[in-house]
Design a protein around this ligand. Sequence first.
Ligand SMILES: NC(=O)c1ccc[n+]([C@@H]2O[C@H](COP(=O)([O-])OP(=O)(O)OC[C@H]3O[C@@H](n4cnc5c(N)ncnc54)[C@H](O)[C@@H]3O)[C@@H](O)[C@H]2O)c1
Length: 346
Amino acid sequence: MTFGKVPNTFQVRSTRGAAIQEVIPFRYKQALVTGGAGFIGSHLVDSLVGLGCKVNVLDDLSTGSLSNLARVKSQISFFEGDIRDRPLLSKVSEGCDILFHQAAIVSVPQTVEQPVYTAQVNELGTLCALEAARNCGVKRVIIASSCAVYGNDPRVPKHETMEPCPESPYAVQKLNGEQHARLYWKLYGVETICLRYFNVYGPRQNPGSPYSGVISIFLNRAAAAKPPEIHGNGTQSRDFIFVADVVKANLLAAAAQGVSGVNINVGTGKPVTINALWKLISHIFKIHVKPRHTEARAGDVFASAAGTDFAASALGFKPEHSLEKGLRITFKWHKKVLAKNGYPRR
Ligand SMILES: NC(=O)c1ccc[n+]([C@@H]2O[C@H](COP(=O)([O-])OP(=O)(O)OC[C@H]3O[C@@H](n4cnc5c(N)ncnc54)[C@H](O)[C@@H]3O)[C@@H](O)[C@H]2O)c1
């Protein structure tokens, strides 16, 4: 196995608090964010820096980009390397009291193509992160899991008490990560919380990737005034959550008292059909382009929505961004980035 190098280390210094500090008491002094150069991880890093927390980032830059960390690069310690590199993981966990584990291979098709390699990163990588936390005395580990663990169970909303029904290696890897996390709480007392993200969108989600979420693909099509491809009749629904709300859920999970060894949905509970999504995006872009409907994809989930009761009671979590608000913010980012020099290269 080959591992990444460790060339880039930025020095940390504290900064003024972000608005989010007013609502969430953040008691941690130093955090490790794995996958912190990625879409969600980099927003989390921004907020942690804003809260005055020292932040170490570990990322192999396979899909993440240093440009995502441009705003905070002089205030964090960045380590380029692989989550499975245990000596490196120990080094970057040293002195941290919380670990946010975001690093993963997020492409479901890639996990289908390469089930063993992706399990090494997604499942073994999660285990390595938990083990580093145990050995280095990191109090709490917050893990990015996924609504994919619910699979094709047709019942909506999805509640955490439902039996998981993973339909892809990616979903199995996420589910196994949850099981490891539960055991690390039971056996070793490492406080773990797994957050089952639903469909996350927002600035820095790269629409250049064929595996990007539907929103970033639609925004790309809308920017070019070209019709998007909708699989099936478009009445399938998804629960889209804005990235800032996902960051908020992570910070609340960090602050929560008496909640460990559990899995918690992070969604809005308000499903939107793919047809309605395109309509809203067309409205924001002020375009009139009809989508192109293609064959429904085998195994596509018909309806997905998060049950939000447990997130509300365990974390006090309530998303703050409506889909329209989140889309408008994302739209602005798209315009700015496209006007500059296109999407960041990987
Ligand atoms: N985006 C979503 O809608 C969504 C939904 C559910 C769950 N998730 C989970 O959220 C987390 C973040 O996803 P994202 O959307 O920001 O994707 P992303 O690809 O932007 O972020 C993943 C990051 O992990 C890094 N990485 C990958 N393999 C690594 C390795 N072996 N060692 C170190 N770093 C590695 C990548 O370079 C990247 O920066 C992932 O765990 C993903 O499974 C995302």
